[in-house]
Design a protein around this ligand. Structure first.
Ligand SMILES: Cc1ncc(COP(=O)(O)O)c(C=O)c1O
Length: 380
């Protein structure tokens, strides 16, 4: 049988490729974005407790109510601005499913979706599978700042969605209040939906504040915010996240969500709801990851790699142009095979695989792992 691929140009993701290579060569794996330390035992116990006390059947379609209430309270606490747990919050199978459902709910054939590059890799395929047209805007290394004038030029009568991601994977930059105000101004009085990927909201460093789309009233009225418990609570394998939006937008989202996954792992949701009763569980994260970033950077400060400290996320990008002019995919592979350290080449997230000689390293690792990785980088 012959089948025409619906995504003919999509290859196996670089994360699978680099993690596979890291396993094969027993390299230290700073490529994929996941911690190599355990989730809090208290959370694991709460999930076990939820299983033992009967939370083992389908959750409500939009998610366990206690968890939605806990999320609503969190928005109040952090941003003085909430979403209604009944109608404006839905629990999803990770941020990935939320992103897919937002795009599927609104993107029709020929609709244009503006995506800033480098971009997390699930946005574009989700647009394409729905017949939409990704419109890319390449951000320049090393600052990766958005030129809002340029974005304005890219908006046409077909623009249906703009995807933003702050803190930003892979560059580790954040959008400022001025950036968000610009985005709000440009989209005012349009029908454009904003998909704001905020999975790293609790990892913002150096006393900066996370500028959530919900802080800007007009922006909030057209935005979906997606978030990930896996990123926040060190358990990416549980694939649990959520999505918030005003009621009318959320109604459309749930039409897709209910036939895509219907509902998400119930005991995990109940455990998370109980765990989140203590806000310190998420309030302390920025400090925790800032220490990791600082340790990693202090260890490699005399290496030949150049860097600007990450402002958010648990990623640090390193510029190796002072070492070799080799293409970044080849260099990342060589670093894994010959030196035993896996990273992600940034070109895979860029438009037309633009190669700025930059690699991304995940510092959500034990101090011991970071020291070993730094030893390798210092010898290059
Ligand atoms: C920017 C960004 N968005 C979304 C996701 C997906 O999150 P989840 O694992 O909850 O699906 C990731 C994971 O790496 C990410 O970096």
């Amino acid at each position: 049988m012959k089948h025409l691929s619906k995504l003919p140009n999509i290859e196996t993701t670089i994360f699978t490729v680099m993690s596979g290579l890291a396993n094969k060569h027993q390299a230290i794996n700073l490529s994929q974005g996941f911690p190599n330390f355990k989730s809090d035992q208290k959370l694991i116990d709460l999930v076990s407790k939820a299983m033992n006390s009967g939370f083992n059947q389908y959750a409500l379609m939009p998610g366990n109510m206690e968890l939605r209430e806990a999320i609503s309270k969190k928005f109040d606490l952090l941003y003085g601005n909430s979403y209604h747990p009944e109608t404006e919050i839905t629990i999803t199978a990770g941020a990935t499913q939320a992103i897919y459902d937002v795009i599927t709910a609104f993107i029709r054939a020929e609709d244009e979706v503006i995506i800033f590059k480098p971009a997390y890799d699930c946005y574009e395929p989700s647009v394409l599978i729905n017949g939409g047209k990704p419109v890319s805007i390449q951000l320049e290394s090393p600052n990766y700042q958005v030129n809002w004038e340029e974005m304005k030029q890219k908006i046409t009568s077909k623009t249906k969605m703009i995807i933003v991601n702050t803190p930003h994977n892979p560059s580790g930059t954040i959008l400022s209040k001025t950036d968000m105000l610009q985005l709000q101004e440009i989209t005012k009085n349009t029908n454009i939906i904003v998909l704001s990927d905020e999975v790293y909201e609790h990892m913002v460093f150096d006393d900066e504040k996370h500028q959530s789309a919900c802080l800007f009233p007009d922006l909030k009225s057209r935005s979906f915010i997606v978030a990930s418990f896996g990123k926040t609570f060190h358990n990416t394998g549980w694939k649990t996240g959520y999505c918030c939006a005003p009621k009318e937008l959320m109604e459309e989202f749930r039409k897709i969500h209910q036939f895509n996954v219907f509902s998400v792992n119930h005991p995990v949701q109940k455990g998370l709801a109980d765990y989140m009763q203590d806000p310190n569980t998420y309030l302390e994260l920025s400090g925790f990851f800032q220490e990791k970033r600082d340790l990693f950077l202090s260890l490699i400060k005399d290496s030949k790699f150049k860097f600007k400290p990450s402002q958010g996320t648990y990623f640090q990008v390193l510029d190796y142009s002072g070492i070799t002019q080799e293409n970044d995919v080849d260099f990342a592979k060589r670093l894994t095979i010959e030196n035993g350290l896996a990273s992600i080449p940034l070109s895979v997230f860029n438009e037309n695989k633009l190669d700025n000689k930059v690699l991304r390293f995940c510092f959500a690792k034990t101090d011991e792992t970071l020291k070993k990785a730094a030893d390798i980088l210092n010898k290059i």
